[in-house]
Design a binder for this molecule. Structure first.
Ligand SMILES: Cc1cc2nc3c(=O)[nH]c(=O)nc-3n(C[C@H](O)[C@H](O)[C@H](O)COP(=O)(O)O)c2cc1C
Length: 368
């Protein structure tokens, strides 16, 4: 075992002695104070992804929710993430749900969380990001609505107006299971209304900024195939720039080993989410066609699963729970694997492999 792997393993063991929220806060602290390793970005042109004016240096992103308050953007990129999505940020700061609200299901390599959008709010997060300045990777800012907001659509519009100037891309997160009623925004008419307001707000910023900041929509995996088709139709009609599939699931697969923790309310992520989120991703790819940028998220904890997401139809992948169990070395491992894969398959860029197994995944039932 290399020294790097040993430090990684010891670090995970130490962090897992703490309760999950304390451990997460300690990790953010470690990263933000420069105590984390700096593996640097992999240098392989074949992993680069160009999306409009943006260049993603590699396909692995830090999923939203890890750096909710934008405290560790550059350190995360130095770990090797090609992009980091901060947030979810809501207009007003909020405490989130009572603790405990984050649970490790170690036997299942899974996490259940019901944080409920605890975050510092637009003003504080805006200032923090402004001070970061240029970053070595692509910065996504994930926006949401306050739990007690009387006009949730207005909250998203505020998010677009506030963060368009700082974000490389924005994500409208309507798929957290921990804000009551939020997922209702995925319903066709509500979604059309929301996305039309968001895209108008985005377009209004174009003159001021001299660019159209791309907007992604992040959806839940707890949707039927029919709903995916409807969502895709609205996304295309409203000219949303891309989709992220998926958020956590409210389902509790019967195969979960940790029956006690499985009873906790909230969103399940990690290994047990992989299959469901990958099927949802593949069905989304089938519904939107080959050109819309899709980010695949859910249960990526090995290089092989990262590759499977890409083969199912993802242009980029994101992960969160995988890092809880595999530590900081996972990003580097995935990128090296993908780099070798491109060479082995004799293609010039990883993007040539996007969707090559789409049918295999998209034909599977999305059991709810
Ligand atoms: C503790 C925790 C907090 C999360 N918070 C957010 C959030 O604020 N906004 C969001 O869009 N997704 C959030 N997510 C979902 C992740 O971004 C991701 O979609 C999901 O965990 C599936 O990926 P994974 O299996 O790699 O963790 C959170 C996930 C976890 C585990």
């Amino acid at each position: 075992m290399s020294i790097e792997n040993l430090i990684n393993k010891v670090g995970i063991r130490a962090l897992h002695c703490l309760d999950p929220e304390t451990s997460h806060n300690a990790t953010i602290k470690m990263l933000s104070t420069g105590l984390a390793p700096s593996f640097g970005q992999i240098k392989d042109k074949a992993l680069e992804y160009k999306w409009g004016d943006l260049t993603f240096k590699n396909p692995v992103g830090m999923a939203a929710g890890f750096d909710k308050n934008a405290q560790a953007i550059t350190p995360l990129m130095k770990l090797g993430f090609g992009h980091v999505e901060v947030g979810t940020v809501t207009p007003l700061p909020q405490e989130g749900n009572p603790k405990p609200r984050n649970f490790r299901l170690s036997a299942d390599r899974a996490v259940i969380n019901r944080y409920g959008f605890n975050n510092d709010g637009h003003d504080v997060v805006y200032e923090r990001i402004r001070k970061v300045g240029r970053t070595p990777g692509v910065l996504g800012i994930n926006i949401g609505a306050n739990k007690l907001s009387e006009d949730r659509v207005a909250d998203y519009v505020l998010g677009v107006k506030r963060f368009a100037e700082l974000a490389d891309y924005l994500t409208a997160n309507i798929s957290s299971p921990n804000t009551p009623g939020l997922r209702d925004l995925q319903e066709k008419d509500a979604l059309a209304y929301l996305l039309s307001a968001i895209m108008d707000a985005r377009n209004e910023q174009e003159d001021r900024l001299g660019r159209k900041v791309p907007v992604m929509l992040k959806i839940a995996p707890d949707v039927t195939e029919e709903a995916i088709k409807e969502i895709a139709e609205v996304v295309m009609t409203e000219k949303v720039d891309g989709m992220i599939v998926s958020n956590t699931t409210i389902a509790r697969p019967s195969a979960l080993k940790d029956k006690v923790q499985a009873k906790e309310a909230g969103g399940l992520s990690g290994a047990p989410l992989f299959e469901r989120s990958t099927i949802a991703l593949a069905k989304t790819r089938r519904a939107v066609g080959p050109d819309l940028p899709l980010f695949g998220v859910g249960g990526v904890d090995t290089p092989e699963k990262a590759a499977a997401k890409i083969f199912a139809g993802a242009n980029q992948i994101q992960l969160y729970s995988g890092m809880v169990y595999e530590g900081q070395g996972l990003v580097k491992k995935i990128n090296h694997h993908l780099s070798r894969l491109v060479a082995l398959r004799d293609v010039s860029n990883l993007q040539d492999l996007v969707g090559i197994d789409n049918d295999l995944w998209a034909d599977k039932p999305l059991d709810l």
